[in-house]
Design a binder for this molecule. Structure first.
Ligand SMILES: [Zn+2]
Length: 449
């Protein structure tokens, strides 16, 4: 069984729109009030406020005369908003939550201009004759059904969303009981993610970065400039802001559409897909590459490969990000000292093989990944270490652990040290600094033989 979300556009009636806008407003208000209460309790009194306490606060807020309007909307989305706050910023120090596991920053206040969302659980909506009836809404939501829900599936949770450019959408979460596993194939592929070329596969297939985004970027810059000239709060200001939001949405949509088509194709055609486990967050800190990297949408690409592999019974292997995939000759294993970013093709000094930079990297990634994959699949963890030794002369795991420890150090309060480390990470990946190469070759010498 797979949990899936189906997203549809809908066009609310004026009454529905008014109710939904008020609902989103209340969700935002409650979220922000609870976040403020938590922050204050912690910084002033060193007290932790949990979901139960914020839920009790909600009850008391509803009783206040000036917050009377909270009763006009369904109470479920308000509660769910508090739950989301709990996962974003937990009061108990449990490792599964976003903030303490280091995945997210301290939560921000929600802003009206970003739209908003409201989550309705089973008690707050009705599913009748293939229509959605939200609480306090007598008419069904006019959803544009662009595709069918899988047969026999009933939504378990419904999220109504308004995006910054004013589009309404609804996301239906369902438990898909169908078995989606595809017929097994033998093909395996390694993928090198890049900037000039979005990806290169080990079969030699090259996928370019979509060009239409560059045109939109130019448009976006013009729109942003025009927005900056408007008087804040004026009618023209809001119009210009909407224009900027619309271009942002178009960029996001076309990028996502492109990534979806690409990942579905890769997963359908290959049994095993190997990618590098990239630290995109750190790489984006390099300002010269930031836009290009965010534009390439690597993390979304890998995320999609990951869940699609699970749906369709395929395998995704992520290899260590410090593996020298670019500089290593895929023919003889020779590792170059230096390979600047601008060199797209090179010749191996040992075996004279001619390499396309990205293709060579993709082949190395596939090789490394299938080695790791064999070990992971074959044996339980106890045996795995011994097997790793016999396979490539040294274990992979212990290195990963020491690397992780290094990564933890980046979170030290000393911001200078953090920045310089972030830069060296980019350099490490793309082979710029000769000094760091020395250490790295020592580290990976064991793989080369
Ligand atoms: Zn060679």
């Amino acid at each position: 069984m797979v949990e899936k979300a189906y997203k549809f556009r809908f066009y609310p009636t004026p009454e529905q729109e008014s109710l939904l806008r008020r609902t989103l407003g209340c969700v935002r208000l409650i979220y922000n009030k609870a976040l403020a209460a938590r922050t204050q309790a912690w910084y002033k009194l060193q007290e932790r406020v949990g979901f139960a306490q914020t839920s009790a606060m909600l009850t008391s807020w509803k009783k206040q005369d000036d917050l009377d309007f909270l009763k006009e909307v369904s109470s479920v989305p308000l509660q769910q908003g508090l739950r989301h706050l709990q996962t974003a910023f937990p009061s108990e120090c449990c490792a599964n939550t976003n903030f303490f596991s280091g995945r997210a920053k301290y939560p921000n206040f929600k802003k009206k201009r970003n739209g908003g969302s409201a989550e309705f659980t089973k008690s707050a909506f009705k599913w009748k004759d293939g229509q959605v009836y939200l609480a306090k809404c007598p008419e069904p939501l006019p959803i544009r059904w662009s595709r069918q829900l899988p047969k026999g599936c009933v939504p378990t949770t419904i999220t109504v969303k308004l995006d910054p450019c004013g589009r309404w959408s609804v996301s239906l979460r369902v438990n898909d009981t169908r078995d989606l596993t595809l017929k097994p194939v033998t093909k395996q592929v390694g993928i090198d993610l890049g900037i000039t070329r979005l990806l290169t596969t080990s079969d030699g297939e090259k996928v370019e970065n979509p060009k239409n985004l560059q045109k939109l970027h130019k448009k976006l810059r013009l729109a942003q400039k025009s927005l900056s000239r408007k008087t804040k709060g004026s009618n023209n200001y809001y119009k210009a802001r909407l224009k900027v939001a619309k271009i942002h949405a178009r960029i996001k949509d076309s990028r996502l559409d492109y990534t979806h088509k690409l990942t579905t194709q890769l997963i359908r055609e290959n049994q095993t897909v190997v990618v590098e486990d990239l630290a995109v967050k750190n790489m984006v800190k390099n300002h010269k590459l930031a836009r290009a990297i965010s534009d390439a949408n690597w993390s979304e690409l890998v995320r999609q490969l990951d869940y699609k592999a699970k749906w369709y019974g395929r395998e995704l292997i992520k290899i260590d990000r410090y593996f020298p995939s670019s500089k290593r000759c895929s023919n003889c294993g020779h590792v170059l000292e230096k390979l600047p970013l601008n060199i797209r093709e090179w010749e191996c000094p040992e075996c004279a093989a001619h390499h396309d930079r990205d293709l060579n990297a993709a082949i190395n990634i596939l090789r490394m990944g299938t080695r790791v994959g064999v070990r992971r699949k074959g044996t339980p963890t106890k045996k795995a270490a011994g097997l790793a030794v016999s396979v490539c002369g040294a274990t992979v795991r212990p290195e990963e652990i020491t690397r992780r420890a290094g990564a933890m150090r980046q979170k030290a309060p000393n911001s200078n040290a953090r920045e310089s480390r972030a830069v060296t990470q980019v350099q490490r990946r793309e082979d710029v600094n000769a000094q760091s190469l020395y250490g790295r070759n020592l580290f990976f010498g064991c793989f080369m033989e």
